[in-house]
Design a binder for this molecule. Structure first.
Ligand code: UDP
Length: 350
């Protein structure tokens, strides 16, 4: 029998990469979902399959604008509000830094006000970027970070740090029940081909037979979590019934060099692409790995999908995207962006 759940979840950024997987999970659990997205980096393609789903609604809006009045549908008092609204890839969030900072700060404020009025629980999708270029390794939640407040990454990093501040101020004042997830590098199907991050870049380059671009020496490290694992972690945090309220790292502790990741993709795709080296972006963190002891203890959560299995599924996704582009070469991407993005240059076919 079909699962039913009268609870309503609002997912800001629900047409994005992680957001749309979360929406699928919530609908699968039987909940009603309202997705708020401005389609800056989110895509209608990610939620097209829900177009005729009666438990799904879409509001095309920017979270920096006041939200009151937008949730007018009868019975639309949410139980859960997830805030995943923000461009998360450096080339995208740096294209309009003012908007990026405001999305985190004003967007979080607007959604917290909504939670305060509705009595809803709030989950902020924060980020490992709040640790900056970390001097402690691996990163534990009690590390305050090493962020350059004036550099090109600051609009994202400081925006998320301020969003965490606001969330915990609402919690302390008992204005809302909040949960904060610090999300580490995540990958999987529905990443944009023009996302600009290493996993999507390397796979699309390998599949096209183009040069693979490694920034710097490629010795910098990241720890990549498959999107299904991450969504399970977000759900565990939102539905957690205990009393712990600090920020919690969600990520895969399997750390590797960026060069090793590229090599693995080369092996898995059998590409003849050459690995090439480009300058390292300013303030690029040298290493990153989550300590997930807290997530294990508090939520009983840890990732279970291996890098290879995750990469296989992601490669399949990009192969399907490339195939569709060949079939419909003149079709334009469906993303309706509010602001012009420099990333528009290399927008991929849908
Ligand atoms: N990177 C790379 N080639 C690319 C894109 C990114 O070598 O085509 C590097 C980037 O400089 C960084 C790492 O890969 O050191 C991860 O970058 P990404 O943008 O995926 O995530 P973030 O820097 O936000 O962790």
């Amino acid at each position: 029998m079909e699962k039913r759940d009268e609870r309503l979840a609002v997912v800001a950024g629900g047409a994005g990469f992680i957001g749309s997987h979360l929406v699928d999970h919530l609908i699968g659990d039987g909940m009603r979902v309202i997705c708020i997205d401005n389609f800056q980096t989110g895509r209608f393609d990610n939620i097209r399959h829900l177009e005729h789903e009666p438990r799904f609604d879409l509001i095309d809006a920017d979270v920096t604008d006041p939200l009151s009045g937008k949730l007018t549908r009868s019975g639309s008092t949410p139980d859960f509000v997830f805030n995943l609204a923000c461009a998360a890839s450096p080339p995208h969030y740096q294209a309009d830094p003012e908007h990026t900072l405001m999305t985190s700060v004003l967007g979080t404020r607007n959604l917290l006000h909504l939670c305060e009025t509705a009595g809803a629980r709030f989950l902020l999708a924060s980020t490992s970027e709040i640790y900056g270029d970390p001097e402690e390794h691996p990163q534990r939640e009690n590390y305050w970070g090493h962020v350059n407040p004036t550099g090109p990454r600051a609009c994202y990093d400081e925006g998320k740090r301020a969003a965490e501040t606001l969330a915990f101020d609402f919690l302390r004042a008992r204005r809302a029940d909040v949960r904060v997830a610090r999300i580490f590098n995540t990958f999987g199907p529905r990443m944009r081909a023009d996302d600009g991050r290493v996993v999507s870049n390397v796979i699309t380059q390998a599949l096209a037979g183009d040069d693979i671009t490694i920034y710097g020496s490629g010795d910098q490290t990241r720890s990549f979590c498959y999107v299904d694992d991450l969504v399970r972690g977000l759900m565990a945090l939102m539905t957690y019934k205990g009393t712990y309220r600090g920020a919690i790292n969600l990520g895969n502790p399997h750390e590797m060099k960026v060069r090793e990741l590229a090599q693995r993709v080369v092996e898995m795709t059998g590409t003849r692409s050459l690995i090439t080296f480009r300058p390292l972006p300013v303030d690029d963190p040298r290493r990153r790995r989550p300590d997930i002891a807290l997530a294990k203890k508090v939520l009983g959560w840890e990732p279970s999908v291996s890098l290879d299995v995750g990469l296989e599924k992601t490669i399949e996704h990009f192969m399907a995207v490339a195939k569709a582009a060949v079939r419909f070469p003149l079709m334009r991407p469906s993303s309706r962006r509010r602001r012009s993005q420099s990333a528009e240059r290399d927008v991929a076919a849908p």
